[in-house]
Design a protein around this ligand. Structure first.
Ligand SMILES: Nc1nc2c(ncn2[C@@H]2O[C@H](COP(=O)(O)OP(=O)(O)O)[C@@H](O)[C@H]2O)c(=O)[nH]1
Ligand SMILES: [Mg+2]
Length: 442
């Protein structure tokens, strides 16, 4: 997500970041690079101009240049302004007091509406424990109904559909009645897109809106379409009001800058980011966290939330107890590995840790590495897992054969685990762990 932009901005600020003193020239030079980085990332030029002017004005303020760490202050200003650019502090959906909260999904054909219906349904069920139904009101293609039935049921949502025999407006109205009768918390309405913003699409949408009075109209914009994404958002903002945007396909997007312009040019916040074809590749869009991620400052909050949602409190307390008592075994490590796997691709997770994104550079972190670790541990006997010290040469050979890996790989794991235990002992004693040692074990 935003990889190129992130790299280029960090490059642009790298020099400034480490300086003890800054002159006006230094700031100007950095701003020129920031400007190029944003333009190259396809951020709208008007937006870029305003952005760099705002950063420059604040950075040249006397209190920044004369401060003890001017470079870091400039980075902080860029981060603040980037946050503002993407919408300030995050905004949530509007929820109805009684009766179902109605969410209408709009957007061009292929932008990712139907996928987003399923993802949002899953998200609201899992994060907010809401009872969600989706309504199939894209009747342009018969397959569209089947597609929603599929993703809706994968998401664990009720699906209201009446095939393609009635009009979209009638189906929407009927679905709202069903949602009320079934006492659903949320009704998400999937609508038809068109190849371009046209009159027929807009009038169908406004008719559905009139009959169902949605609390939230979300516009799904395809981040891969670059400047077009912004044009579409502007056209929609002109023709039919929407309340917030869902950015889709951020995973496939190398540049992503156009997406950053959506808020600035339409005034509508980005509420969610969709980052893959799978249902769980979906997250709330927090401008502040995203700005920090782009600038390589990590996104610890999202990481913690992801971990929390996968681990219940009891498990967390048990883990903490084991670490404190130094009883953390390879079995526990295996459980942790499995949990990490369930949180999504490793590469994405690592980037949320401050400083790690930069260190990874172009390095691809391979999820298969985790599969290998998992295979090695599962090839050990229970005694070996509880007490890896007993793993001698012949046991290593047996484990390597059993897991389809090498003796070196087994040795490395045993060594890394010993270092990890040491680090945990330090942590439990309230000391800063020696991370260098851990990295060096690889
Ligand atoms: N890589 C990726 N593909 C996506 C994402 N969202 C949707 N898609 C794909 O984009 C295509 C169009 O999505 P769909 O939901 O049918 O769009 P709709 O026509 O607006 O309903 C499908 O092949 C989806 O699998 C995403 O966030 N990332
Ligand atoms: Mg669709």
């Amino acid at each position: 997500m935003f990889d190129t932009l992130s790299d280029r901005l960090q490059e642009a600020l790298g020099d400034v970041r480490s300086r003890g003193k800054l002159t006006e020239d230094d700031v100007n030079k950095a701003m020129r690079q920031v400007r190029l980085a944003l333009l190259e990332a396809d951020v709208n030029f008007k937006v870029v101009k305003e952005f760099t002017a705002a950063v420059r004005a604040r950075a040249l303020g006397a209190e920044v240049l004369e401060s003890l760490n001017p470079g870091q202050q400039v980075v902080k200003i860029v981060s603040d302004e980037l946050t503002q650019l993407m919408g300030g502090s995050g905004r949530d959906l509007v929820f109805a007091r009684g009766g179902p909260t109605v969410i209408l999904m709009a957007g061009l054909q292929g932008s990712g509406k139907t996928t987003a219906c399923g993802k949002l349904a899953r998200h609201l069920r899992e994060e907010k424990s809401l009872d969600v139904a989706v309504a199939a009101c894209d009747l342009q293609r018969p397959a569209a109904v089947d597609q929603l039935v599929k993703v809706g049921s994968q998401a664990g949502a009720a699906v209201y559909e009446q095939g393609t025999s009635r009009s979209p407006v009638d189906v929407a109205e009927w679905a709202l009645g069903q949602a009320k009768a079934d006492r659903r918390d949320v009704l998400i309405i999937d609508t038809a897109g068109r190849l371009h913003v046209d009159e027929a699409l807009m009038s169908e949408l406004s008719e559905v809106k009139k009959r169902t009075k949605p609390h939230n109209v979300l516009l799904v914009v395809d981040a891969m379409t670059g400047q077009d994404a912004v044009n579409v958002a502007e056209a929609f903002a002109g023709a039919t009001a929407f309340d917030g945007a869902v950015l889709s396909k951020l995973d496939g997007d190398a540049r992503g800058g156009a997406a950053l312009s959506v808020k600035a040019l339409t005034g509508k916040p980005i509420l969610y980011a969709s980052t893959g074809e799978k249902l769980d590749a979906f997250e709330r869009f927090h401008p502040d966290r995203m700005a920090q991620r782009i600038l390589g400052m990590g996104d610890v909050m999202t990481l913690i939330e992801k971990a929390e949602s996968k681990m219940d409190e009891r498990q967390a307390a048990e883990l903490e107890r084991k670490i404190k008592k130094n009883q953390f075994t390879l079995d526990d490590f295996l459980d942790q590995l499995k949990q990490v796997r369930s949180m999504g691709p490793l590469q994405g997770l690592l980037k949320m840790i401050p400083g790690v994104g930069q260190q990874l550079g172009g390095l691809q972190v391979d999820d298969r590495e985790l599969d290998r670790l998992q295979a090695i541990i599962t090839s050990m006997t229970p005694e070996e897992r509880a007490n890896p010290k007993i793993i001698d040469g012949s046991r290593r050979r047996r484990i390597a054969r059993g897991s389809g890996t090498s003796v070196q790989a087994v040795s490395q794991l045993v060594k890394q685990f010993a270092q990890m235990q040491k680090m945990m002992r330090q942590l439990a004693k309230g000391q800063m762990p020696d991370l260098q040692g851990l990295a060096g074990g690889r």
